[in-house]
Design a protein around this ligand. Sequence first.
Ligand code: HEC
Ligand code: HEC
Ligand code: HEC
Ligand code: HEC
Ligand code: HEC
Length: 237
Amino acid sequence: MANVTHDRVLPLLLALATAAGGILLPAISFSGESSGPRLSILAPREGAVLRKGRVLVIGKAAGGGISNVEVDVDGKGKQVAAVRGGGFSAHVPLGSGRNVIRARAGNTAATVTVSAVDKPSGGGYVYHGGVEKCAECHGPPGKGFAVPAPRDALCYRCHGRQDKGKLAHGPMGNGDCTACHDPHGSAHKALTTASEETLCVACHDQKSSEVHFRKSRGKACTSCHDPHSSDKPFLQR
Ligand code: HEC
Ligand code: HEC
Ligand code: HEC
Ligand code: HEC
Ligand code: HEC
């Protein structure tokens, strides 16, 4: 996850806490409640492995009425990205090894740590095809980046229907493609938001499935189940 730091406020509070004899202050939320901007990096994701060279950074800047965000890598090559409609993007160069990509506006920053190699051998981060053309999915710049639900109408503009089977999987009923897919990019097969087992079990942790999950351990859930829809009971392939 992109972490938000308020690097001026935090040391001050820590100094106050120390001055007060080390008594811990009650939990304070540093994000969401201040009037400043809230930054997050949507692509690439924390821990991603990418090919070294220039990569696209996509971020969200909500609130605070800011018009630009500075994006840098390990404090170098600072770029100023315009914020329009609450989103921004910039191309930044990644060198070999560990890179900290930072987006910053005033006292607020969001970072992701990624690594760059000559050629990712499986498990590398893949961008969604054509992702640099933001307007294909978000409309003209300045209109904002919110995508109306259900999302499937957007996805089906370019992809074949995934709901041809008689029985549709739960999230498909709401057209909620992004319950499982990251629309900007991912390091997982088919641009899913998590590895398959983590993804499926995140919604299916029911006690009643425990035995089933244990028995199927080691086999991909989608080797037996279609994640979208099926004519057979229990979404079997
Ligand atoms: C293939 C379609 C697609 C493309 C291309 C795309 N996005 Fe998105 N984007 C989405 C979808 C869908 C969502 C909603 C994600 C969700 O459901 O969680 C989203 C969410 C966002 C958000 C968060 C909006 C919010 O209100 O939370 C921002 C900001 C954003 N995109 C910026 C961009 C930028 C900048 C680009 C171009 C560099 C871009 N996107 C390209 C589909 C796309
Ligand atoms: C403007 C056209 C466009 C839109 C809209 C679009 N996509 Fe895509 N998508 C592409 C392209 C191009 C590719 C890369 C080529 C390919 O693999 O089919 C791609 C690839 C994918 C892949 C990877 C396919 C694979 O075989 O690994 C998935 C999954 C995907 N898109 C899901 C979505 C979802 C979910 C949405 C809606 C949030 C969406 N797409 C919206 C154009 C689009
Ligand atoms: C419950 C999770 C889930 C939901 C919801 C979901 N998908 Fe998928 N999708 C997957 C998984 C897992 C795969 C890869 C496994 C497979 O089908 O082989 C995949 C594969 C894909 C692919 C690439 C393979 C192919 O069949 O062409 C596309 C395109 C795609 N999904 C589009 C969509 C669209 C569009 C929606 C919304 C209408 C959607 N998905 C909703 C989990 C999901
Ligand atoms: C975003 C939440 C979500 C995710 C992620 C998800 N599911 Fe589901 N799934 C549901 C809901 C909701 C239903 C319908 C209610 C139910 O039967 O539990 C359902 C139903 C099912 C069913 C049918 C159960 C029945 O009784 O007919 C199967 C099988 C299934 N899911 C498998 C999977 C697999 C495999 C994955 C991973 C690719 C997955 N699910 C990911 C929410 C999810
Ligand atoms: C070897 C094939 C196979 C694999 C692998 C498999 N399933 Fe199933 N699953 C089935 C069959 C067949 C059923 C129908 C009920 C039964 O026989 O238990 C089912 C039923 C289900 C159900 C509904 C009944 C229940 O027990 O909750 C869910 C949810 C489900 N599977 C999710 C998953 C998930 C998540 C995974 C991966 C962790 C997975 N399945 C892996 C074959 C499989």
